[in-house]
Ligand binder design. Structure first.
Ligand code: ASP
Ligand code: MG
Length: 419
């Protein structure tokens, strides 16, 4: 008997009809003899609506502990409804909260991390022949306070359970059919990838691809849980995220094109601290308070200094721009910097592929492609398997399309043959 962990996202359980469709899928999987643990997100836009309500009653400053209890109710609702839909089909099923499912977290409300999973109760229920529905996104602290795992956190719940239960795979069902070479809404000829490596998916998720939560991919990677992403709306084959060494894993050796996919994020803001004294401790004075405020900083560029003065620029998510600017203005005064400017009309576009680091020419090709499209590059950053350019937001779609063409991602073979 195979134990399968399946996760159904918000759009997959958005209404009674969708919940019934998910129940049908689970019944089918169970008829094939598999044990099923299903993790659910809150229905549709429930979490957004609850956050909005909380803001309205609290002058936009809801208490963190209360907010987490509130948000956790979204997943509790969908889990119970799915259990009822299964009962109506004669399928034994039980819903469990994060607490009942044994998910222990730290006490950082709204962004808690899972510390341990004790799946004892889940196992007992499976042994009784029940489908187990677990409310995603929620956990419990040592003090028995309810926490949530950060937006999109149900993916993380699912992968954590798959690891703890030693499930063969973790299946993530969503409203897209898998991982594409680029967002198909921007590039119509984008191709669905049958497989992708954990590290590539991590980069894509971090750089703006919305398919999966990057923490969940990281967790899958750490515990060797293959993650299968597919649509709950169709039966089309999805994308398997896995490691190179895994059974059935991709064994492409030295393929000609190391670029797998393009990610973009249209919500980037740049903050520049002007004429900063060039001496030890300055970067720490600027970035420590940002970290404390929970603002994550992405690209950082410090110019080479002229007469012991330098400009320091960095990017943050557009939603964090105002807060980041406030903090930097405050710090700027204490270190007698020359002022702060910000620009929240930027975007980032990244090419991702394992193996790019050993093969020269990818960066050059990317820059040339953008140049030919008349797109100015504002900032550049790289990792071993990624090159990211910050561009103006209005150029995003054109940049993604031009790069998709340049790296020939519409064909499985990728890069053009040697001329
Ligand atoms: N309901 C939560 C959210 O919307 C968690 C999730 O969907 O994974 O962020
Ligand atoms: Mg959601």
């Amino acid at each position: 008997m195979t134990l399968r962990v399946q996760k159904y996202g918000g759009s997959s359980v958005a209404g009674a009809e969708r919940i019934q469709a998910v129940a049908e899928r689970i019944v089918r999987a169970r008829q094939a003899g598999d044990q099923i643990v299903a993790v659910v997100s809150a229905m549709g836009k429930t979490t957004d609506q609850l956050i909005e309500l909380a803001r309205q009653v609290s002058n936009s400053d809801p208490d963190a502990r209360e907010l987490d209890v509130l948000l956790s109710t979204g997943e509790t609702v969908s889990s119970t409804l799915l259990a009822m839909a299964l009962h109506a089909r004669g399928c034994p099923a039980i819903s469990l909260t994060g607490l009942q499912a044994g998910i222990r977290t730290d006490a950082f409300f709204s962004r808690a991390r899972i510390l341990t999973v004790d799946p004892e109760r889940i196992r007992q229920e499976l042994e009784q022949g029940r489908v187990v529905i677990v409310a995603g996104f929620q956990g419990i602290t040592e003090q028995m306070d309810v926490t949530t795992l950060g937006r999109g956190g149900s993916d993380t719940t699912a992968v954590a359970l798959a690891a703890a239960l030693r499930a063969s795979t973790c299946e993530i069902y969503t409203d897209v059919e898998g991982v594409y070479t680029a967002d198909p809404r921007i590039v119509p000829e984008a191709r669905k990838l049958p497989t992708i490596l954990y590290e590539e998916m991590m980069e894509l998720a971090t750089q703006g691809a919305k398919v999966m939560h990057n923490r969940a991919v990281e967790l899958g990677w750490a515990h060797g849980v293959p993650i299968y992403v597919a649509s709950s709306f169709t039966d089309a084959p999805g994308t398997l995220i896995q490691g190179t060494g895994q059974a059935g894993g991709p064994m492409q050796i030295e393929v000609s094109n190391k670029v797998q996919a393009i990610a973009h994020d249209p919500n980037v803001a740049k903050i520049t601290l002007l004429r900063v004294p060039d001496r030890p401790g300055i970067a720490s004075a600027v970035f420590a308070p940002l970290a404390e405020a929970g603002v994550s900083v992405d690209v950082i560029v410090q110019n080479s200094s002229v007469e012991k003065m330098t400009d320091l620029s960095f990017t943050v998510a557009r939603g964090d721009a105002a807060r980041a600017r406030e903090i930097v203005e405050r710090v700027g005064k204490t270190i007698s910097a020359g002022g702060v400017t910000s620009d929240d009309t930027l975007a980032k576009v990244s090419i991702v592929g394992a193996g790019m680091q050993d093969a020269p020419g990818y960066a050059a090709r990317m820059f040339q492609t953008l140049a030919e499209a008349g797109i100015n590059i504002e900032m550049i950053t790289t990792s071993e398997i990624r090159i990211t350019c910050i561009v103006r937001r209005e150029a995003t779609a054109e940049a993604v399309r031009a790069l998709h063409r340049a790296f020939r991602l519409e064909t499985p073979e990728g890069a053009p043959k040697k001329e």
